[in-house]
Design a protein. Structure first.
Length: 101
């Protein structure tokens, strides 16, 4: 395989990761669904592994893993938002009978 073919394959892997990240962000904004985020994380991990098979290029591998991290941040932010919503529900004011006398 020549160098330009390898570069093209690596570029396509990075584009897949980029597209997966954009997809995860868009779906999260609309539905707050975790399946798209998990799918994007897995896709980027697969791309990272594929990059090692093409040329064993650690830069491409690291960039793919960077996208994994970005997607994981979405997941962590999402789960934090859910925890905050649950905590807010627990903090709702509930009147206590007999205290107003």
């Amino acid at each position: 395989m020549n160098s330009s073919t390898e570069q093209l394959k690596e570029a396509r892997l990075l584009k897949e990761c980029s597209d997966a990240y954009v997809y995860a962000v868009e779906v999260n904004e609309k539905t707050e669904s975790s399946w798209a985020i998990e799918s994007s994380i897995e896709l980027c991990k697969q791309c990272a592994q594929e990059s090692l098979q093409i040329r064993n290029n650690s830069k491409i591998y690291d960039l793919c893993l960077e996208y994994v991290g970005l997607c994981e941040n979405i997941r962590n932010t999402q789960s934090g938002r859910w925890r905050n919503q649950d905590a807010n529900k627990e903090r709702e004011f509930k009147s206590v009978k007999g205290m107003s006398k």
